[in-house]
Design a protein around this ligand. Structure first.
Ligand SMILES: COc1ccc([C@H]2[C@H](O)[C@H](O)[C@H](C)N2C)cc1
Length: 449
């Protein structure tokens, strides 16, 4: 391997209790809320065809006019408890919340800039309200923080001149101070979700990103930070020059889901997903297809079946209310999770050959495999092919506990027969009680005695 000072300091998964809890979340919520929510993806009657939270970068919006939106931000009816209760009902186990997006506006009263919630008519500490409300509902909170800060005079996209480096040194200190502030003001924080780290200025700061990560983890032992923070000394991000992940989990799965287990390279990972095709902040007209609840449930199953978590993004309006489509998705996902969450929480990749009917998940540390079924064959027979080290003892519908008959086939496969005449109108789960079997020794020629 290439000798690196600031590459990965660990190979393989983090195996402590905090990370084990993270690994078992299954389903999470992302929330993007900020000044961009006021513009709703449009400006002076024109609709922005980019992601709504990026509208400041649209040529139609003069920066000076965007930057004074802090004077308008006043979600008087905002109710963090209502948000947390909606999330609880949905069945999410963790929240990632935007403290500062690329526009540099801080939803907490930072003492390192005036561009904060204190400069708005609302004044109150939104980050605190959210952290407290979600923690009270038993949902772990992770704080999203954009390194790239379009509003800060010392932000640089690249370091070309001495002046750039002097300014960026001030910016790095500003960043370290703000992160220290967040972790000290909100000690319930379980981790940090970094964004805005793709520019050359950051890629040239590998040593700093390494010392910053170590510093943050010294403030909060067990703090969870994904692969979007670090750069190695050669400017590599996510994986270092030796192909080793830098961070506690892979954060590259943004609106993308791995196809196979090989694609995750043995790392922990989660997928963050918009319900529309793109756009994280509230947009009056959303981008393309709005995912149905069944699609979101299938994506959740797909992620958990490959050893990851699935995180659904919500973009509340400037007043803190959610659009009706998001409320419906949350409610319907929650109704499904109420019945089927056994197949999602604390489950992992089963390693069995995938079948057309849907996805396998395996309960961590137990001899239980779940079949999450989305496609019922006309035959009513669901084929399974357990891995060679397990046999299936029993198959039961999770909802209603009805036992299903199975029929052995060749090559270690079996059919699981769905009850005749029963029609399934929603994704459902079959629980397989399995038993480990000793690997049959290959029958070879008897050794000469
Ligand atoms: C350049 O492509 C990008 C850059 C940033 C993003 C940001 C979004 O604004 C949102 O915050 C998402 C989590 N993040 C990756 C998305 C795509």
């Amino acid at each position: 391997p290439i000798p690196l000072q600031h590459g990965a300091h660990r190979t393989g998964k983090r195996m402590d209790a905090d990370m084990a809890k993270w690994r078992g979340y299954g389903l999470g919520q992302f929330i993007h809320w900020g000044l961009y929510s006021i513009l709703e993806g449009k400006y002076k009657g024109k609709y922005y065809n980019g992601a709504a939270e990026w509208i400041r970068s649209w040529k139609e919006v003069p920066n000076a006019e965007y930057d004074v939106l802090n004077k308008q931000f006043n979600p008087a009816t905002f109710n963090a408890t209502a948000w947390a209760k909606m999330a609880k009902q949905m069945g999410v186990k963790y929240l990632t919340f935007t403290t500062k997006h690329h526009d540099g506006f801080c939803l907490w009263p930072s003492k390192y800039t005036d561009y904060t919630i204190e400069s708005s008519p609302y004044k109150k500490d939104i980050v605190k309200e959210v952290v407290d409300a979600y923690t009270k509902e038993g949902i772990d909170v992770y704080l999203y923080f954009s390194i790239m800060d379009w509003h800060h005079p010392d932000w640089r996209y690249d370091l070309k001149t001495k002046e750039d480096s002097i300014a960026f040194d001030r910016f790095k200190l500003f960043t370290k101070n703000q992160l220290t502030e967040l972790l000290q003001r909100y000690p319930q924080t379980k981790g940090l979700w970094f964004d805005g780290t793709w520019d050359n200025s950051w890629k040239k700061s590998g040593a700093f990103t390494d010392s910053l990560e170590q510093y943050l983890k010294s403030l909060v032992p067990g703090l969870i930070i994904g692969s979007r923070l670090r750069a190695d000394e050669k400017g590599n991000r996510h994986v270092d020059a030796n192909g080793v992940l830098m961070g506690d989990y892979e954060q590259g799965w943004e609106r993308k889901i791995p196809k196979t287990y090989a694609d995750v390279h043995g790392n922990d990972w989660d997928c963050v997903m918009t319900i529309p095709e793109n756009g994280w902040g509230y947009a009056e007209k959303w981008m393309g297809h709005w995912k149905t609840t069944n699609e979101l449930i299938e994506m959740t199953a797909q992620c958990v079946s490959l050893g990851g978590n699935f995180v659904v993004n919500f973009g509340p309006k400037a007043d803190g209310s959610f659009r009706k489509e998001e409320i419906a998705n949350a409610k319907e996902i929650g109704e499904w999770m109420k019945i089927n969450s056994d197949a999602i929480y604390n489950c992992e990749y089963a390693g069995w050959e995938k079948q057309d009917w849907g996805y396998y998940t395996k309960k961590r540390g137990e001899d239980k495999v779940y079949m999450i079924v989305f496609n019922v064959p006309l035959s009513g027979s669901l084929k399974i092919k357990p891995s060679a080290n397990y046999v299936v003892e029993k198959a039961t519908l999770l909802e209603g506990k009805q036992q299903l008959s199975t029929e052995k086939l060749d090559y270690g496969a079996s059919f699981i027969q769905l009850p005749k005449g029963k029609t399934f109108v929603k994704p459902f789960v079959i629980v397989l009680d399995i038993k480990p079997v000793k690997q049959q020794e290959e029958a070879g020629p008897k050794a000469k005695t």
